[in-house]
Write a protein that binds this ligand. Structure first.
Ligand SMILES: [Ca+2]
Ligand SMILES: [Ca+2]
Length: 81
């Protein structure tokens, strides 16, 4: 119960970061989020932040790269530890 709530909460956070709704977080999404949160000092660092988390080097962050695991879909087996 707690796990599924956590998954739901993380998906909600991810969606709120994914401003254009394409399923990944790119530098423009992140820039907008930081501005909304009043963290404008971080905006010049968005490229570095993404680079650090971008494991497959495609220049954008997917759910797994943000939270370390794939979202648990109803009926699908949980993936990862
Ligand atoms: Ca996006
Ligand atoms: Ca990536």
């Amino acid at each position: 119960m707690i796990c599924s709530f956590r998954g739901w909460a993380l998906r909600t956070v991810f969606r709120s970061f994914d401003k254009n709704g394409d399923g990944v977080i790119d530098r423009y999404d992140l820039e907008e989020v930081l501005q909304e949160m009043g963290m404008v000092d971080w905006v010049p660092d968005v490229d570095r932040i993404i680079e650090k988390a971008d494991k497959n080097r495609d220049g954008v962050l997917n759910y797994e790269e943000c939270f370390g695991r794939k979202p648990h879909l109803p009926g699908a087996p949980a993936i990862g530890p």
